[in-house]
Ligand binder design. Structure first.
Ligand code: SF4
Length: 446
């Protein structure tokens, strides 16, 4: 290992975590040394997020904090990720302490750029996005936990009027099934118990390289891998929810019966304004279709309130949908007016205060729905992935209907439980989002 130390901070979504893992792996292979201490690092690297104004503000605040550390330690301040893709060289004007901006396209040259920083300020080209990683070549840096994300594709070709991600991450591009299966095996061999497939538009996986959507084929290959682990899917797009995929998810043992599909809204008028699928791909129709295949599929979704054109009537439709269709996990966001988005140029803007009021109203409806769904599961036996211990030794984990970092938790009322193991448990108590369980037995290899 060489002399130069680096630390990388990851902001934003799970897809950024994967990129940070790839960058770390490449730097180590390139004889740089990772450190957890910002004051020890020669390179302070931050992998950023920029899809909405709040994220931009949060990221700029974070970079300014690193700039203060840089002053004391003489380290170099390196910025990569979505903030760089969105604002490019302008960032040097906003935070002059930045030494280099490294676009995602240049992840393979990360080490070389760090070695030739003097020319970095001038030589970086912001070409159209083509980069997608082939393989992780180092152990994951998030391995002190039970789950790992795998990015199966990058970019997006969808026209959603409120979203600027296609402008930031480029055209949709899939990875090869063999590369993804190798990576999953690599991560499972390291002890991960859950593999989470992510992309901006997961259900479009394979369309560009196999000339048909191939998520079902990928799942079949992943399910063949030895060992006991869960496969979870995040960020499905309505158009890709077809019988083939649902039947495959239903029939494969390792696939969590969990469907994450951001609906964004329920009113047909709003879906049309947002340029989201309608007709048989409208939320009500899709939920009925999903439940017709298997009634224990748990559905997660997200909604945007306050989008231009949204009236009280549209919002009431959304409230009715959430009350009647009872989805297990729901996230709500207030519309963010991004200048690069199509929605920015729309009229009938909704005030921030009205959007906030709708946000709270919809969240309180979902809180009651979630509590009701969980209370009906009381007494049931489920499989829980035990992950950490609370003070006093009782365990904390997740059930298959709880994705990490975004859904509720499972509190295991037992001491001395084995961590990073699957345990059969009985649900003894339920709350608004969390459940309490008593272990009945360890699942086979656990
Ligand atoms: S599918 Fe998702 S990432 Fe793609 S444009 Fe729509 S909201 Fe954005």
């Amino acid at each position: 290992m060489s002399e130069k130390k680096f630390i990388i901070a990851t902001l934003g979504c799970p897809k950024n975590e994967v990129d940070s893992d790839i960058i770390c792996g490449k730097l180590i292979n390139d004889s740089f040394t990772p450190t957890n201490s910002p004051t020890e690092a020669d390179f302070l690297i931050v992998n950023t997020c920029a899809f909405i104004a709040d994220a931009v503000e949060e990221n700029l605040r974070f970079i300014r904090k690193l700039a203060k550390i840089k002053k004391k330690s003489n380290a170099k301040l390196i910025v990569t990720g979505c903030l760089v893709e969105r604002f490019k060289n302008n960032l040097f004007n906003v935070i002059p302490e930045i030494d280099a901006l490294i676009p995602t396209n240049n992840i393979n040259e990360f080490g070389e750029i760090l070695r030739n920083l003097d020319s970095a300020k001038t030589n970086i080209q912001f070409d159209s996005q083509t980069y997608i990683y082939k393989q992780r070549n180092e152990g994951s840096f998030f391995r002190n936990r039970s789950y790992a994300y795998i990015k199966v594709a990058e970019g997006c070709n969808r026209p959603c009027s409120f979203c600027i991600i296609p402008k930031i991450r480029g055209k949709f591009r899939s990875r090869l099934i063999d590369d993804i299966v190798d990576e999953a095996k690599f991560l499972i061999d390291q002890g991960f118990k859950e593999i989470i497939l992510v992309a901006q538009d997961l259900s479009n996986y394979g369309q560009d390289i196999y000339k048909r959507t191939a998520l079902d084929t990928l799942l079949v290959e992943l399910d063949k891998l030895p060992g006991q682990f869960w496969i979870r899917l995040l960020y499905l797009y309505p158009l890709g929810i077809n019988d083939r995929l649902l039947e495959t998810m239903s029939s494969l043992e390792k696939v969590a019966k969990y469907i994450d599909i951001p609906f964004q809204h329920s009113s047909r008028k709003m879906l049309q304004i947002m340029k989201r699928p309608t007709g048989k791909f409208e939320p009500r129709r899709l939920v009925e279709k999903i439940r017709s295949v298997r009634d224990d599929f748990h559905i997660r979704t997200t909604f945007i309130v306050g989008h231009p054109g949204e009236t009280d009537e549209d919002f009431n439709d959304l409230c009715r949908f959430v009350k009647e269709y009872k989805l297990t996990n729901v996230g709500v966001f207030c519309y963010s007016d991004e200048p690069e988005s199509e929605s920015f140029r729309m009229s009938d803007k909704v005030s921030k205060s009205v959007a906030k009021k709708r946000y709270h109203e919809l969240m309180s409806i979902q809180k009651m729905v979630s509590a009701e769904i969980l209370s009906q599961m009381k007494g049931k036996e489920i499989t829980v992935l035990a992950e950490t211990k609370r003070n006093g030794g009782a365990g904390v984990g997740r059930a298959y209907f709880q994705a990490p970092e975004i859904d509720g938790l499972t509190f295991i009322e037992a001491k001395n439980i084995s961590l990073n193991k699957f345990i059969k448990c009985k649900i003894t108590q339920t709350g608004d989002y969390d459940i309490w369980v008593k272990p009945s037995r360890l699942c086979e290899s656990g």
